[in-house]
Design a protein around this ligand. Structure first.
Ligand code: IMP
Ligand code: MG
Length: 180
């Protein structure tokens, strides 16, 4: 049953399961003989992250970051705020950033730059969703599960005001929910 605040289901549980597995197996091929550090961006990526890492066969290490951007409006402050930093040192590591959605690209452009400045050997970006039309920064994911239109989506980790993260599918939120 779909949540009543959703307009429609964009990607079902079955679609998500199949596509995430497909992408993860592609990524996995790049890390034979390596021990990548898989960095999940809290909190939106948690469900995607959990599903993604279970298809990796290399001895992956897990870490997380929480960031916030003040770049959601037309004017960005140009600064990424780190709310929770990594536990591990990234120097010399092959990092896989796992993110829920790339929108303006502000978060990932800044994060990739930061991890490279800290001495990461490589930084690969894996996203669940890509809102291409909204891109403002010169960055694109190395791997992406689904391209989407400029619609606000929730579920499978993604929220609106911290709600709907636990929905097992990706749904388009009804406009009336924002307008309230
Ligand atoms: P960016 O820095 O503009 O690329 O923003 C990416 C972040 O915006 C994501 O990590 C999400 O937290 C949030 N975001 C963008 N679009 C959506 C959406 O449709 N639903 C939920 N969160 C979104
Ligand atoms: Mg996020």
């Amino acid at each position: 049953m779909m949540h009543r605040d959703c307009e429609r289901i964009l990607f079902s549980e079955e679609q998500l399961r199949a596509r995430v597995a497909e992408v993860a197996r592609e990524v996995d091929k790049l890390y034979v003989g390596k021990t990548p550090l898989c960095v999940g961006i809290l909190k939106g990526s948690i469900i995607f992250y959990a599903d993604f890492i279970r298809h990796l066969t290399s001895p992956v290490e897990l870490d997380f970051m929480a960031v916030s951007s003040y770049g959601s409006g037309a004017v960005s402050s140009g600064k990424l705020k780190i709310k929770k930093d990594l536990d591990r040192n990234v120097k010399g590591r092959d990092v896989i950033i796992v993110e829920d959605i790339i929108d303006s690209g502000f978060t990932l452009a800044n994060l990739k730059q930061l991890l490279l400045e800290r001495g990461a050997n490589s930084v690969l970006i894996v996203t669940l969703l890509n809102k291409k039309a909204r891109r403002n920064y010169d960055i694109s994911p190395d791997f992406n599960c689904f391209d989407i239109e400029n619609e606000f989506v929730v579920g499978y980790g993604l929220d609106y005001n911290e709600r709907y993260r636990s929905l097992p599918y990706i749904g388009i939120l009804k406009l009336s929910v924002y307008e309230k």
